[in-house]
Write a protein that binds this ligand. Structure first.
Ligand SMILES: NC(=O)c1ccc[n+]([C@@H]2O[C@H](COP(=O)([O-])OP(=O)(O)OC[C@H]3O[C@@H](n4cnc5c(N)ncnc54)[C@H](OP(=O)(O)O)[C@@H]3O)[C@@H](O)[C@H]2O)c1
Length: 278
């Protein structure tokens, strides 16, 4: 299969490249050569004519999106629109990667694939707009929501927490924001299965289980031999950010699980990641 991966230098893009390269013909697009917010993207996709486009490119700086909404919407809403237009013209399918933050994330809620969206931040609204834009243009579409991604080489929560713990010797971590810590290589493997199924639709590909930021950090410290570093749980109100994230945007994988596609528990995936990064 000929696969086009956009945003190929990001953490999911890199994981996809590593996982898919052996068994498929893979074309990699990244900035500055390929900016998906450029309308010419549609022509470029139609000319390349891959079988499937996996859009791993996105504006992912959630806080900075609050002060740059046009740039965030260009990448996260117009980008998927142009990719979908190109796919429609050449008969390709599109995998549009979306986010748990498209949901309002009310306390205690667990979100299945077909629940109402309720994006709050600029980033979340731009990702929800990307889902809609792709849907309006293309039927051969997988919308795949992920959450709390980390992978080798990424600037992610595990790498930041470990660096901060080593620098400060103690940490305060938010204990009332919950999500699904999710391993990017696991998502790449699940996406390969999903694409092979040919079953278009909306999917939640996250490692099984959920955690607060604090619980995730405790497990990270334990697994990386830093269990002696004191961690203090704090409420999100004591860690103000320009874009306050949803408190409980926890995803449930119902649709992919029905096809036999499941990701392992988050603690197992994190343990392997820590072993490989030591
Ligand atoms: N990270 C998470 O915790 C998380 C959670 C939920 C959902 N997601 C979603 O998962 C997907 C992958 O995220 P990630 O963690 O791999 O992100 P990432 O590491 O930040 O990578 C995103 C990549 O997209 C590129 N990009 C940004 N704007 C672009 C544009 N206009 N044209 C082409 N490339 C562009 C970036 O390039 P530059 O380096 O040039 O900026 C970067 O290489 C995204 O759709 C994201 O919204 C992520």
């Amino acid at each position: 299969m000929h696969l086009l991966i956009t945003g190929s230098r990001g953490q999911l893009g890199q994981a996809l490249h590593t996982h898919l390269n052996a068994a498929h013909q893979v074309t990699l697009w990244s900035r500055p050569e390929y900016d998906i917010a450029d309308p010419a993207t549609a022509d470029a996709v139609a000319k390349l004519a891959p079988n499937v486009v996996i859009n791993a490119a996105a504006w992912t700086n959630v806080d900075a999106a609050e002060s740059s909404p046009d740039a965030a919407f260009a990448a996260n809403a117009l980008g998927p629109k142009y990719l979908a237009e190109g796919c429609a013209r050449c008969g390709a399918a599109l995998v549009q990667i979306s986010s748990n933050e498209v949901f309002a994330g009310e306390a205690g809620r667990f979100y299945r694939e077909y629940e109402e969206l309720g994006p709050v931040t600029v980033y979340a609204r731009s990702k929800a707009a990307g889902e809609r834009a792709a849907r309006q243009v293309l039927d051969r579409l997988y919308i795949v929501r992920v959450a709390w991604l980390y992978g080798p080489g990424g600037n992610n929560f595990p790498s930041k927490i470990v660096a901060a713990a080593d620098k400060h010797g103690s940490l305060r971590v938010v204990a009332d924001e919950f999500g699904n810590p999710t391993n990017a290589p696991d998502v790449a493997a699940a996406l390969e299965q999903l694409i092979a199924s040919g079953r278009y639709g909306v999917y939640h590909l996250v490692n099984e289980g959920c955690a607060s930021r604090y619980e995730w950090a405790v497990e990270l410290m334990r697994l990386s031999g830093r269990g002696h570093i004191p961690l203090t749980p704090i409420p999100a109100s004591e860690w103000p950010r320009p874009a306050m994230p949803p408190a409980h945007a926890v995803l449930v994988n119902q649709a992919a699980a029905a096809l036999g596609i499941r990701l392992r528990p988050w603690q197992e995936a994190l343990a392997e990641y820590i072993r490989n990064t030591k």
